[in-house]
Design a protein around this ligand. Structure first.
Ligand SMILES: N[C@@H](CCC[C@H](N)C(=O)O)C(=O)O
Length: 259
Protein backbone atom coordinates (compact mmCIF):
# COMPACT_ATOMS: atom_id res chain seq x y z
CA UNK A 1 0.00 0.00 0.00
CA UNK A 2 1.19 3.54 -0.76
CA UNK A 3 0.30 6.67 1.17
CA UNK A 4 0.87 10.35 0.35
CA UNK A 5 1.77 12.48 3.33
CA UNK A 6 3.00 15.93 4.33
CA UNK A 7 5.28 16.75 7.23
CA UNK A 8 4.70 19.94 9.29
CA UNK A 9 6.28 21.45 12.39
CA UNK A 10 5.15 24.12 14.81
CA UNK A 11 8.04 25.29 17.01
CA UNK A 12 9.60 21.84 16.58
CA UNK A 13 6.47 19.85 17.55
CA UNK A 14 6.24 17.77 14.36
CA UNK A 15 3.37 16.00 12.65
CA UNK A 16 2.58 13.71 9.75
CA UNK A 17 -0.41 15.24 7.92
CA UNK A 18 -2.75 13.20 5.79
CA UNK A 19 -5.50 14.56 3.56
CA UNK A 20 -8.27 12.10 4.45
CA UNK A 21 -11.15 13.85 2.73
CA UNK A 22 -11.74 10.67 0.69
CA UNK A 23 -11.82 8.56 3.91
CA UNK A 24 -9.13 6.17 2.57
CA UNK A 25 -6.97 6.06 5.72
CA UNK A 26 -7.46 3.05 8.04
CA UNK A 27 -8.34 5.03 11.20
CA UNK A 28 -8.30 2.07 13.60
CA UNK A 29 -4.84 0.88 12.59
CA UNK A 30 -2.89 1.91 15.70
CA UNK A 31 0.21 0.01 14.55
CA UNK A 32 0.27 1.84 11.22
CA UNK A 33 0.01 5.28 12.90
CA UNK A 34 2.80 4.36 15.35
CA UNK A 35 4.96 3.10 12.48
CA UNK A 36 4.45 6.25 10.39
CA UNK A 37 5.48 8.34 13.44
CA UNK A 38 8.52 6.15 14.19
CA UNK A 39 11.76 8.12 13.67
CA UNK A 40 13.72 5.06 12.48
CA UNK A 41 11.21 2.81 10.72
CA UNK A 42 8.78 5.48 9.50
CA UNK A 43 8.52 9.18 8.62
CA UNK A 44 9.10 10.34 12.17
CA UNK A 45 6.83 12.68 14.15
CA UNK A 46 5.35 13.49 17.56
CA UNK A 47 1.88 12.80 16.15
CA UNK A 48 -0.26 12.17 13.07
CA UNK A 49 -3.21 14.30 11.98
CA UNK A 50 -6.00 13.53 9.54
CA UNK A 51 -7.69 16.41 7.74
CA UNK A 52 -11.29 15.38 7.04
CA UNK A 53 -14.41 16.96 5.56
CA UNK A 54 -16.96 18.49 7.91
CA UNK A 55 -20.62 18.99 6.90
CA UNK A 56 -20.78 22.64 8.10
CA UNK A 57 -17.27 23.80 9.01
CA UNK A 58 -14.09 24.16 6.93
CA UNK A 59 -12.65 20.80 8.04
CA UNK A 60 -12.32 18.30 10.87
CA UNK A 61 -9.13 17.41 12.81
CA UNK A 62 -8.41 13.86 13.97
CA UNK A 63 -5.28 13.67 16.14
CA UNK A 64 -3.14 10.65 17.08
CA UNK A 65 -0.13 10.63 19.40
CA UNK A 66 3.12 8.99 18.23
CA UNK A 67 2.15 5.82 20.14
CA UNK A 68 -0.67 5.34 17.59
CA UNK A 69 -3.60 6.19 19.86
CA UNK A 70 -6.14 8.90 19.13
CA UNK A 71 -5.83 11.53 21.84
CA UNK A 72 -7.11 14.83 23.17
CA UNK A 73 -6.47 18.27 21.63
CA UNK A 74 -3.10 19.19 20.15
CA UNK A 75 -2.56 22.96 19.98
CA UNK A 76 0.51 22.96 17.76
CA UNK A 77 -1.16 20.29 15.62
CA UNK A 78 -4.25 22.49 15.21
CA UNK A 79 -2.03 25.36 14.08
CA UNK A 80 -0.16 23.11 11.61
CA UNK A 81 -3.45 21.68 10.30
CA UNK A 82 -4.67 25.23 9.60
CA UNK A 83 -1.48 25.83 7.56
CA UNK A 84 -2.09 22.51 5.73
CA UNK A 85 -5.72 23.48 4.93
CA UNK A 86 -4.42 26.80 3.58
CA UNK A 87 -1.83 24.94 1.44
CA UNK A 88 -4.57 22.63 0.07
CA UNK A 89 -6.71 25.67 -0.81
CA UNK A 90 -9.51 24.67 1.58
CA UNK A 91 -9.24 27.98 3.46
CA UNK A 92 -7.77 31.38 2.73
CA UNK A 93 -6.84 33.41 5.84
CA UNK A 94 -9.34 32.12 8.38
CA UNK A 95 -10.74 28.76 9.41
CA UNK A 96 -13.32 27.23 11.65
CA UNK A 97 -12.85 23.54 12.34
CA UNK A 98 -13.92 20.78 14.67
CA UNK A 99 -11.47 18.90 16.89
CA UNK A 100 -12.05 16.36 19.66
CA UNK A 101 -12.58 19.15 22.23
CA UNK A 102 -15.01 21.18 20.10
CA UNK A 103 -14.96 24.03 17.63
CA UNK A 104 -11.86 26.16 16.96
CA UNK A 105 -11.33 29.41 15.06
CA UNK A 106 -7.95 30.09 13.45
CA UNK A 107 -6.21 32.75 11.36
CA UNK A 108 -3.12 32.38 9.18
CA UNK A 109 -0.81 35.06 7.83
CA UNK A 110 2.82 34.71 6.67
CA UNK A 111 3.14 31.18 8.16
CA UNK A 112 2.01 32.42 11.57
CA UNK A 113 -1.15 30.73 12.86
CA UNK A 114 -3.34 32.10 15.62
CA UNK A 115 -5.58 29.39 17.08
CA UNK A 116 -8.44 29.89 19.52
CA UNK A 117 -8.40 27.38 22.36
CA UNK A 118 -11.34 26.19 24.48
CA UNK A 119 -12.30 28.22 27.55
CA UNK A 120 -10.71 27.01 30.77
CA UNK A 121 -13.35 26.77 33.48
CA UNK A 122 -11.24 25.56 36.39
CA UNK A 123 -7.62 25.61 37.52
CA UNK A 124 -6.47 23.37 40.38
CA UNK A 125 -3.79 25.00 42.52
CA UNK A 126 -1.72 22.54 44.58
CA UNK A 127 1.27 23.20 46.85
CA UNK A 128 3.95 22.54 44.22
CA UNK A 129 2.06 22.41 40.97
CA UNK A 130 -1.02 23.49 39.05
CA UNK A 131 -3.31 21.15 37.09
CA UNK A 132 -5.62 22.30 34.29
CA UNK A 133 -7.14 21.10 31.04
CA UNK A 134 -6.59 23.25 27.95
CA UNK A 135 -8.01 20.60 25.60
CA UNK A 136 -5.44 18.16 26.99
CA UNK A 137 -4.56 17.60 30.66
CA UNK A 138 -1.49 19.48 31.95
CA UNK A 139 0.58 19.39 35.13
CA UNK A 140 2.56 22.64 35.50
CA UNK A 141 5.50 22.92 37.90
CA UNK A 142 8.04 25.72 38.47
CA UNK A 143 11.78 24.86 38.46
CA UNK A 144 14.67 27.22 39.15
CA UNK A 145 16.89 25.51 36.56
CA UNK A 146 15.56 23.83 33.41
CA UNK A 147 18.63 23.18 31.30
CA UNK A 148 20.15 20.33 33.28
CA UNK A 149 16.85 18.53 33.98
CA UNK A 150 16.26 15.05 32.58
CA UNK A 151 12.71 15.82 31.42
CA UNK A 152 12.05 12.24 30.27
CA UNK A 153 13.05 10.77 33.62
CA UNK A 154 11.27 13.18 35.97
CA UNK A 155 8.36 13.80 33.58
CA UNK A 156 7.51 10.12 33.25
CA UNK A 157 7.50 9.65 37.06
CA UNK A 158 4.89 12.42 37.40
CA UNK A 159 2.91 11.32 34.31
CA UNK A 160 2.53 7.71 35.55
CA UNK A 161 2.35 8.62 39.27
CA UNK A 162 -0.56 9.61 41.51
CA UNK A 163 -3.12 11.04 40.77
CA UNK A 164 -2.66 10.64 36.98
CA UNK A 165 -1.70 6.94 36.73
CA UNK A 166 -2.20 5.17 33.36
CA UNK A 167 -4.55 7.85 31.93
CA UNK A 168 -1.73 10.31 32.48
CA UNK A 169 -1.12 14.00 32.04
CA UNK A 170 1.39 16.04 30.10
CA UNK A 171 4.04 17.53 32.37
CA UNK A 172 5.41 21.08 31.95
CA UNK A 173 8.43 22.47 33.78
CA UNK A 174 8.62 26.26 33.89
CA UNK A 175 11.20 28.93 34.67
CA UNK A 176 10.26 32.61 34.94
CA UNK A 177 12.49 34.80 32.75
CA UNK A 178 10.68 38.14 33.15
CA UNK A 179 7.24 39.53 34.06
CA UNK A 180 5.69 38.18 30.84
CA UNK A 181 8.20 35.60 29.55
CA UNK A 182 8.55 32.01 30.70
CA UNK A 183 10.80 29.16 29.57
CA UNK A 184 8.99 25.82 29.23
CA UNK A 185 10.07 22.20 28.73
CA UNK A 186 7.34 19.58 28.29
CA UNK A 187 7.07 15.80 28.70
CA UNK A 188 4.24 14.64 26.43
CA UNK A 189 1.89 11.79 27.19
CA UNK A 190 1.57 9.49 24.15
CA UNK A 191 5.04 10.43 22.93
CA UNK A 192 6.38 9.42 26.36
CA UNK A 193 9.33 11.75 26.00
CA UNK A 194 10.18 15.43 25.89
CA UNK A 195 8.94 17.21 22.77
CA UNK A 196 10.45 20.48 21.55
CA UNK A 197 7.16 22.32 22.18
CA UNK A 198 3.56 21.66 23.21
CA UNK A 199 0.75 24.10 22.31
CA UNK A 200 -1.84 23.05 24.88
CA UNK A 201 1.11 22.88 27.32
CA UNK A 202 2.27 26.47 26.88
CA UNK A 203 -1.37 27.58 27.02
CA UNK A 204 -1.67 25.78 30.38
CA UNK A 205 1.58 27.38 31.58
CA UNK A 206 0.44 30.91 30.65
CA UNK A 207 -2.86 30.48 32.52
CA UNK A 208 -1.18 28.79 35.51
CA UNK A 209 1.35 31.65 35.78
CA UNK A 210 -1.48 34.21 35.75
CA UNK A 211 -3.59 32.23 38.22
CA UNK A 212 -0.72 31.85 40.72
CA UNK A 213 0.29 35.53 40.48
CA UNK A 214 3.63 34.90 38.73
CA UNK A 215 2.48 37.41 36.10
CA UNK A 216 -0.16 40.10 35.79
CA UNK A 217 0.11 40.10 32.00
CA UNK A 218 -2.47 38.45 29.75
CA UNK A 219 -0.07 38.44 26.77
CA UNK A 220 2.64 35.94 27.60
CA UNK A 221 5.67 34.72 25.63
CA UNK A 222 6.63 31.11 26.12
CA UNK A 223 10.15 30.08 25.15
CA UNK A 224 10.25 26.40 24.22
CA UNK A 225 13.16 24.28 23.01
CA UNK A 226 11.78 24.65 19.46
CA UNK A 227 11.02 28.39 19.44
CA UNK A 228 8.72 31.02 20.87
CA UNK A 229 4.93 30.97 21.18
CA UNK A 230 2.55 33.59 22.51
CA UNK A 231 -0.66 33.10 24.49
CA UNK A 232 -3.31 35.74 25.16
CA UNK A 233 -6.52 35.42 27.17
CA UNK A 234 -9.15 37.24 29.23
CA UNK A 235 -10.26 36.21 32.71
CA UNK A 236 -13.92 36.95 33.42
CA UNK A 237 -15.70 35.79 36.56
CA UNK A 238 -13.09 33.09 37.21
CA UNK A 239 -13.23 31.70 33.65
CA UNK A 240 -10.43 32.02 31.11
CA UNK A 241 -11.97 32.97 27.76
CA UNK A 242 -10.80 34.27 24.41
CA UNK A 243 -7.62 32.18 24.66
CA UNK A 244 -5.34 32.36 21.61
CA UNK A 245 -2.19 30.38 20.86
CA UNK A 246 0.06 32.15 18.35
CA UNK A 247 3.18 31.00 16.50
CA UNK A 248 4.77 29.64 13.32
CA UNK A 249 3.51 26.54 11.46
CA UNK A 250 5.67 25.32 8.61
CA UNK A 251 5.56 22.60 5.92
CA UNK A 252 8.87 20.68 6.05
CA UNK A 253 8.48 18.17 3.21
CA UNK A 254 6.01 15.90 1.45
CA UNK A 255 6.30 12.38 0.10
CA UNK A 256 4.89 8.92 -0.30
CA UNK A 257 5.53 5.91 1.90
CA UNK A 258 4.82 2.21 1.27
CA UNK A 259 4.02 -0.39 3.89
N1 LIG B 1 1.62 18.41 21.28
C1 LIG B 1 0.32 18.73 21.63
C2 LIG B 1 -0.37 17.93 22.70
C3 LIG B 1 -0.80 16.58 22.14
C4 LIG B 1 -1.67 15.78 23.06
C5 LIG B 1 -0.91 15.19 24.19
N2 LIG B 1 0.26 14.45 23.83
C6 LIG B 1 -1.88 14.32 25.00
O1 LIG B 1 -2.10 13.15 24.66
O2 LIG B 1 -2.44 14.84 25.97
C7 LIG B 1 0.03 20.20 21.68
O3 LIG B 1 0.70 20.95 20.95
O4 LIG B 1 -0.90 20.61 22.36
Amino acid sequence: MKLSFYKYQGTGNDFVMIDNRQQLFDKNNTKLVAKLCDRRFGIGADGLILLENHPELDFKMVYYNADGNESSMCGNGGRCLTAFANYLGIINKKATFEAIDGLHHAFIENKVVKLQMQDVLSVEKHQNHVFLNTGSPHHVQMKSQLQELSIKEIGSKIRYGQPYNETGANVNFVKKLSENTFQVRTYERGVEDETLSCGTGVTAVAIAMFETGETKSNLITLETEGGNLQVTFDKEKGIYRNIWLIGPAVQVFKGTISW
